[in-house]
Design a protein around this ligand. Structure first.
Ligand code: P6P
Length: 333
């Protein structure tokens, strides 16, 4: 059994210039994940206690779990002193760490602390997504939005935690994708999947087909393609959609699939956030031999303009994303 801590230190020794700061950063995320995992597993119970007006188990004012997840990760990251600040789905603006605006942190972190949190009420798995960059501004000077509005190909590391039937932390630093399963009896994440790659054979497409009438023509054509009978390409594919990006992505990574959230009437620019959802998942996908686009362009090449900007998102096995992109090119609306 190899723990996440042991694995990171072992890998760190492969990078002589590594100073251990990224190791400290990832272990802060690991700590945050353990705390969030503990409370997610009691979510129903805490809600029940909270609903009759009594205090929750810890006697604290009950926080919505996604706010709780945000506070937990923010505190864990600030405590390590290697992060200059964060951007989060739960924060309108940048959060600058350190007593004054100048700070010594070498990294900035962008995160969706609890993606798919509406699923908690119905006991469906949810996730935390994180994306790590070197800051652009000089260490010691104030950080600014330019530290965060970097294209995805500049990410130093990215990953997610999935709180499902087991809790797993999946991450990449650009040297493959590695997955660790949490053992609550020991309080450690153990290496369970080293160098994860998408399978060779496509099996699953994930999209909310309830919005079919609102999809671009290329997406409609691709869905019909997935549903055709063709033994050579193992179609029809299975349709699976959980409504939680991390869960759908994780299943597609292990079983072979594609996740699509295109632009729709309700989300003309797409629903998925570029900086702290699409970019980290795209980095992981490419490191696992897959592909991620907005239907036309590589996600990691998109030059961000705003912290919370959205994008259409096609991510998964390269062969499946290639097929979807081909239909998008052929049937431009
Ligand atoms: P819809 C969760 O809110 C999320 O951002 C993704 O995790 C998920 O795939 C998608 O939205 C679900 O959106 O419109 O299908 O309910």
């Amino acid at each position: 059994m190899k723990t996440l801590g042991e694995f990171i230190i072992e890998k760190q020794s492969e990078f002589p210039h590594a100073t251990g700061e990224l190791t400290a950063l990832i272990s802060a995320i690991k700590l945050g994940a353990k705390v969030i995992n503990r409370d997610i597993n009691k979510a129903g119970l805490i809600d029940i206690l909270g609903e009759n007006g009594s205090a929750n188990i810890q006697g604290e004012k009950q926080m919505k779990l996604d706010v709780f997840a945000n506070e937990t990760l923010k505190n864990a990251l600030e405590a390590r002193g290697v992060v200059a600040g964060i951007a989060s789905e739960e924060e309108n603006n940048l959060v600058i760490f350190g007593k004054d605006r100048a700070t010594e942190g070498k990294y900035v972190v962008l995160m969706d602390p609890l993606d798919g949190s509406s699923n908690i009420d119905v006991n469906v798995s949810v996730g935390t997504i994180f994306s790590i960059y070197h800051r652009i501004t000089k260490i010691g000077s104030p950080i600014s939005e330019q530290d965060f509005l970097q294209p995805g190909y500049k990410q130093v590391a990215a990953g997610y935690i999935i709180y499902g039937s087991s809790t797993m932390l999946v991450y990449t630093t650009g040297c493959g994708v590695h997955a660790f399963t949490y053992d609550p009896s020991l309080g450690v994440f153990c290496l369970s999947h080293e160098n994860v790659r998408f399978p060779k054979q496509a099996t699953t497409y994930s999209i909310n087909e309830g919005y079919y009438s609102k999809f671009p023509t290329g997406v409609k054509k691709y869905i019909k393609y997935c549903q055709e009978n063709d033994d050579k390409t193992h179609r029809p594919y299975t349709s699976r959609y959980i409504g939680s990006l991390v869960s759908d992505f994780h299943r597609n990574l292990l079983k072979g699939g594609i996740y699509i959230y295109p632009n729709t009437a309700q989300y003309p620019k797409g629903k998925i956030r570029l900086l702290y959802e699409a970019n980290p998942m795209a980095f992981l996908a490419e490191q696992a031999g897959g592909k991620a686009t907005n239907g036309y362009q590589r996600i990691l090449d998109i030059e961000p303009e705003q912290l919370h900007q959205r994008t259409p998102f096609f991510v998964g096995m390269k062969s499946m994303v290639d097929d979807a992109d081909r239909f998008m090119a052929e049937y431009k609306d």
